[in-house]
Design a protein around this ligand. Structure first.
Ligand code: AHG
Length: 327
């Protein structure tokens, strides 16, 4: 007897329980799952193909672009377009958003924000990377073309969000606002199978995760908090790939921080492609996500496609314990 539940089965079953579900949202999620399988295949054999290393360009956020960034970006966009269920996409790798149709009436109501390959500088040394995605409902009506304002929505408007972790095993973790579920890729059958039902972040943890190398660039409030973590003999873990660092934090509890630095005075991570989707997942698992002023990430206004923010994300007790330092 096979009790496995595949991602497709889970999505279809979950949507059957929703009133007025048209199938559009399920179809879109399933296409993200299919694209993730293809990216996974390429990431797994990157060393055997001529696709590791730098592309020679920088993206709109000013980061060096890896060849695999380009590949993953094009692939994700192609699958989202072919899904026939997506109005358009904004990607960390693109200056502007893409609209999939210039016809009126517009038939699709969902749009996707995506970081196709987060942490891609880790690829060349065979360390975990990820894909992050968020799904919003468009604000404009079907009688209007997609506009920039459709994408500039705060995290609280997310309909679904998740990530794919290409690690020792590949996992897709997502929420559509009813808890968080994780699916591990079974290469034998080519399917993501439910392995982590209703994930909950432990209320506290003994790990803190931050690029400690920037210590001298951090605000003194952050430095004081980090000194407290060291005084309490907490374990420092940092991969440099947000998906992997946040996934560990979600599983084991603790705190992940990417504060402002002299190099990135607004913070490094992007609101649309990284901070909001990961915050939605962690909040749905029972965690807290704030910026370094103590404001809830998901309520922050989004003014530009590539807006950055500081972020502090993790277990309730750990994030609460930094609040007195932020005042
Ligand atoms: P990118 O998507 O450009 O590879 O950025 C990776 C991000 C994120 O995944 C990670 O947490 C952070 O950058 C690491 O930055 P540092 O190298 O500055 O620590």
């Amino acid at each position: 007897m096979n009790n496995r539940v595949t991602l497709d089965e889970f999505i279809v079953h979950s949507q059957m329980n929703q009133d007025n579900a048209s199938g559009e949202f399920s179809g879109l999620l399933r296409h993200i799952g299919i694209a993730a399988k293809i990216v996974n295949r390429i990431v797994n054999k990157a060393g055997l193909m001529d696709i590791i290393g730098l592309d020679g360009n920088t993206n709109s956020s000013g980061d060096a672009v890896q060849k695999l960034d380009i590949y993953a970006n094009e692939l994700m966009i192609e699958y989202l377009k072919n899904s026939g269920q997506c109005a358009g996409v904004a990607s960390e790798e693109l200056d502007e958003f893409i609209s999939f149709s210039n016809k009126i009436p517009q038939k699709n109501k969902y749009l996707v924000v995506i970081d196709p390959l987060d942490g891609s500088s880790n690829i060349d040394v065979n360390i975990s990377v990820g894909t992050i995605f968020g799904i919003y409902k468009r604000l404009t009506s079907e009688s209007e073309l997609l506009q920039l304002e459709d994408f500039l929505q705060p995290g609280i408007e997310l309909v679904a969000a998740g990530y794919v972790l290409y690690g020792t095993s590949t996992m897709l973790v997502y929420t559509s606002g009813y808890g968080v579920n994780g699916f591990t890729y079974d290469r034998g059958i080519g399917e993501f199978c439910l392995s982590h039902r209703d994930m909950k972040i432990p209320p506290s943890g003994n790990h803190y995760s931050i690029n400690q190398g920037y210590f001298r660039q951090f605000d003194t409030r952050i430095q004081d908090y980090l000194n407290k973590c060291a005084d309490e003999n907490m374990m420092l873990r940092y991969i440099g790939s947000m998906v992997a660092d946040v996934h560990r934090t979600l599983c084991l509890g603790g705190i992940f921080l990417y504060p402002k630095t002299k190099k990135n005075p607004e913070g490094k991570l992007r609101m649309l492609y990284e901070c909001n989707p990961m915050s939605f997942v962690v909040e749905q698992a029972g965690g807290i996500c704030i910026d370094e002023h103590g404001k809830r990430i998901m309520e922050l206004p989004v003014q530009t496609l590539h807006q950055r923010s500081s972020i502090i994300i993790g277990s309730v007790e750990n994030v609460n314990s930094i609040l007195p330092f932020l005042n």
